[in-house]
Design a protein around this ligand. Structure first.
Ligand code: NSS
Length: 435
């Protein structure tokens, strides 16, 4: 039987013989001894010491099984325990040209992502990601929402036509889904509050540190809710994920040098900032927008919020801020118009603090047949592609709403990694579909 390094590093094993399996993570060969830092299949490491001749053939990333005696030595890296190796069995001796070492360009690390996954940084991020997904699911289960799965090959745009990935679907044209929302809307009539975690696809032409072409989209939808119900769900969910993740993954966050003192403050309620106030605040600080011809003008009511304006609004915040009531003109066709304020949507985006930007978007859905057909046409979309969706407005339409949370955006904030590509194991962007 072989053990994991984490379990071996304990007083209980000192003086005892153990067997571990793993890969050569680091290697230091001296005249008498070889110091082999072995990484196991959970990303844990322990130093194993061998007489130099025994480890002579070892190379970085060779796979092996080590049997030896555990001892405590304060000089041993990663916790002060080591294994004095007795026997060494190799499964594979890697050639000496392993491409990942101490200093690499970001591009090379991405080109070799299948190997970069073995670095401590990627292992830490993968574990944090797993916790984020786990606690997201747990929150919904504990709060009585039903998990569902929507198709990812679809006929209609949700978030505008410009970022659709087209594909040939047998003899017709179809798209990769931008959002499960329309399908979740169909489900609430018989399943009540539902949620899903599906990949969403956006042919984003912009190369930014916040956009992926494929991202993990956590979405929820429920009947008979108010905008306030939606916001309250979002702030509870995000707080629950963060508090549990920073507790469970304290070690990994420390490895990433993420000081979590600000994250500890993420508890409901989050500020609700009316869109008008956001614009006033930005205007009072002289915030400008760049127009299509390159000239600048003051930001004004009606403008969407760019990442720069989101950063300005949240730069001193510790908790996320909801910006509530965007103009419907900058939002998709499904956003419900406030019956008391023409042109204003019953919608809100959650902006993560300190400039991390939008992490959720949600609100109430237009539930009136005539209005929604109008809005679909106005957006230049073909109502025929939405015939099934329009049935939902025809047969027993009810007020309803929901939201979408970008898992990678949330992880970027939690881990403080610069580039969203590092929050996902195999990123897809405009310039990358391999490995
Ligand atoms: O386009 S969204 O703002 N909204 C929707 O898709 C709704 N139909 C969701 C819903 O109500 N069910 O995207 C939602 C979130 C957004 O706040 C980001 O956090 C994330 O999805 N998102 C992205 N993450 C990474 N990369 C890209 N390109 C991206 N686009 C959106």
């Amino acid at each position: 039987m072989y053990l994991r390094t984490k379990d071996v590093k304990s007083q209980d094993f000192v003086g005892k013989e153990v067997t571990i399996r793993g890969w050569v993570h680091r290697l230091r060969k001296q005249k008498e001894n070889a110091f082999v830092l072995v990484r196991d299949d959970r990303g844990g490491v322990i130093q194993c010491v061998f007489p130099a001749e025994k480890a002579a053939g070892l190379t970085i990333e060779s796979s092996l099984e080590v049997a030896g005696t555990v001892s405590q030595d304060s000089r041993a890296p990663e916790g002060g325990f080591e294994i004095k190796g007795k026997t060494l069995k190799t499964f594979n001796i890697a050639p000496p040209d392993y491409p990942i070492g101490e200093y690499q360009s970001d591009e090379l690390l991405l080109d070799k992502r299948h190997l970069t996954l073995r670095t401590r940084k990627m292992i830490a991020i993968a574990k944090i990601r797993s916790s984020v997904l786990h606690y997201g699911r747990r929150w919904f289960v504990e709060n009585g929402w039903m998990e569902v799965t929507a198709p990812t090959i679809v006929k209609g745009a949700v978030e505008g036509g410009s970022t659709l990935f087209k594909l040939k679907y047998f003899d017709e044209e179809a798209y990769l889904s931008q959002s499960a929302q329309l399908y979740l809307e169909a489900m609430i009539f018989s399943l009540g509050p539902v949620w899903s975690l599906t990949p969403s696809f956006r042919a984003e032409r912009s190369r930014t540190v916040r956009h992926l072409a494929e991202f993990s989209h956590l979405e929820a939808e429920a009947p008979w809710v108010t905008l306030e119900d939606i916001l309250s769900t979002e702030e509870q969910l995000v707080s629950y994920i963060i508090q549990n993740t920073i507790t469970e993954r304290a070690e990994e966050l420390e490895f990433l040098k993420r000081d979590v003192s600000d994250l500890k403050k993420v508890q409901p309620p989050f500020e609700r900032m009316p869109y008008d106030k956001a614009i006033d605040t930005l205007r009072s600080r002289g915030f400008q927008v760049v127009q299509e011809d390159g000239s600048r003008r003051d930001i004004q009511f009606g403008d969407d919020l760019s990442i720069d304006s989101e950063r300005e609004l949240t730069k001193d915040a510790d908790k996320p801020i909801f910006v509530v009531g965007y103009p419907i003109a900058v939002k998709p066709f499904y956003v419900k118009e406030d019956p008391e304020r023409q042109g204003v949507g019953l919608t809100a985006d959650m902006l993560a603090p300190r400039g991390f930007g939008e992490i959720t978007s949600g609100g109430l859905r237009e539930d009136d047949m005539a209005s929604i057909v109008n809005r679909i046409k106005k957006e230049g979309l073909n109502p025929d592609a939405y015939d099934w969706y329009l049935d939902l407005r025809k047969y027993g339409s009810v007020p309803h709403g929901g939201f979408g949370l970008g898992i990678e955006r949330l992880i970027r904030w939690i881990t403080n990694v610069e580039d969203i590509k590092d929050t996902v194991l195999f990123p897809r962007t405009m310039s990358r579909v391999t490995p």
